[in-house]
Write a protein that binds this ligand. Structure first.
Ligand SMILES: [Cu+2]
Length: 100
């Protein structure tokens, strides 16, 4: 996890839940995958490619909509379990998110 010293960004009070995690979409690959996060954790997907992608659960319970090039999409991991997902625009792209 990258630690950034940013005093102005430090809020008073207790830390709310685990630190966010990031998944990169790069060269038509979700990295890392599989990734393990905790329930309640915010997961940010960032599209580093020059074309749009989606994050869509194989079970259709989750869909980011189009994530344009250079943009991000966030979700909060809720129900524990394993989420298999793919990109609707590129069916060869698959990823796995394990929520504990
Ligand atoms: Cu894609």
């Amino acid at each position: 996890m990258l630690a950034v010293v940013a005093p102005l960004a430090v809020a008073a009070g207790p830390v709310q839940g685990p630190a966010p995690t990031r998944i990169a979409i790069r060269n038509f690959v979700f990295v890392p995958s599989p990734d393990t996060v905790r329930s309640g954790q915010v997961v940010t997907f960032r599209n580093h490619d020059l074309v749009p992608h989606t994050v869509t659960a194989d079970s259709s319970t989750l869909d980011s909509g189009t994530i344009e090039a250079g943009k991000e999409w966030r979700l909060t991991a809720k129900r524990k379990g394993v989420v298999h997902y793919h990109c609707r625009l590129h069916p060869t792209m698959h990823g796995t998110l394990v929520i504990r």
